[in-house]
Structures are given as structure tokens and as C-alpha cells.
Design a protein around this ligand. Sequence first.
Ligand code: MG
Length: 263
Amino acid sequence: MLNLRSNREIKLMRQAGLLVWQAHQAVSQRIRPGVTTRELDQAAEEVFARAEAIPLFKGVPGPVPFPAVTCTSVNDEVVHGIPTDRQLQEGDIVSVDTGCQIAGWCGDAAKTYPVGRVSEKTQQLLDCTAASLDLAIERLDKDATWSQVAKQLQEYVESSGFSVVTNFVGHGIGREMHEPPQVPNFYSPSSEREDFPLKTGLVLAIEPMVNAGSPEVKCREDHWTQVTADGSWSAHFEHTVALTSDGPTRLTGPPTDEESLPA
Ligand code: MG
């Protein structure tokens, strides 16, 4: 079951996407050694509050409801990190994931930010993960099905000497943050069975998570934070992407010259 969106609906989703982009701008401006992940979370929360948008992460059910509007995952934390008073250090990386809903439509995006200067290997991890997302987005109007895209994404990451996390996947997005289909970043024996055609009107949150070491992850005792099993560092990049008749469009990308910001 796929939700295919009209141009009008995609335009509405773009408003949510622009707000998510603005939240990331606010976060990126505050990233420096000494800042806490809670301060980054507050920067995003202010953007959503000003626009009267609904933050999508706060209160997500779990053993404890998720307490913040962003997930902030530092170094060996893969995804779902909880913002705290932890101060970021020079050379750290922090993955920030956030989403909002406005006028009934959702947007969701993640990016891993370097804190000050990072090591060459760490920069390669960030560049590889960002490039794997770019590759997937560019293939959306060239391949027939998602599994073909996922296969190339995975091959790109592995040929760079890194690994793709297989415990978590991307997702359809629209009225809800998580809608069908599941959007894995890898190819597996079940990929063909769960595959879907790349049709105009699809809106997907594509979100590769890439580890410097092995792909295994484990959950911390806070019930949320996912960390690499081997302690290696991890990066996460995500865009909400619409496949339109003009090709793939990043709904959480920066505004064009013709666009004004919603808040
Ligand atoms: Mg997502």
C-alpha cells in the first residue's frame, strides 16, 4: 500500500520540510565545543514553536516517552539519542534528527555535524554517508524499484570501507511521520518481497545510518539511545524526498529563490 501525493499535497509537505530545514539551520549555528545537546534541542524547539508547528519526536511512545524534539546522537551513538547536559568536545560528531507537522503534513530530516575539527577518518565517514543519501535520491527517477536503489547505496558505503546499519530503516511520510512503505538502506533476501515501485507522487524519508566499524548496534539502558556494538563512530543523514514529475525533490532542502520561509 503506497500513498501517492498530488502536486498540491507535495507543496503543503514542503512547508513542513522548510521548517525542518530551518530547525537544522538553527542547530548548526549553535554547534561548537562546549554546547550541550540540550541547547541544540532547544534551538530546534524554538523554530517549531514560533511557527506553531507540532514537533513529531516529543512523546513518541516507548518504555519511556521520548522527551525531546530532536534526537541527538554523539560519536558512537547511532540514532535516538536523548538530548542532555553533555557538552560536545572538539573533534566529536553529533547526529541531529528532527521532524514537525504543520497544517496536517509532516517533514523529517537528519544530519551529522562535525564539532570543530574532526579527524580525517571521521570526515570520510560523514562525507560517505551524505554521498550515499545523495546517490539514493538521484536514483529515484532512474531505477524501477527501491531495492535497486538500496543495493547501490549499500555497495557505495561498503566500497568506501564502512557499513550500513540494518536494524533501522527509512519510511514513507505524509500525514503521519511513519507511513508505509519501509525504506531499507540495504539489500537482503527479503528485499524483493518487500520491494515497491518508484512511482511519481511517492514521498519517502530516506535515512542511511553508516558505521565506521561493524553494522551491529545495541540499545543503552535509557531505552532509546542506539550505539554501535563495537564502539565505532556512526553517521546519519536523512531527507524527506518527493518523487515528482520533474524528478526527485528534497522537501527538507534549502529554500529556492522563489520560496519564502514559513516563519
Ligand atoms: Mg525518519
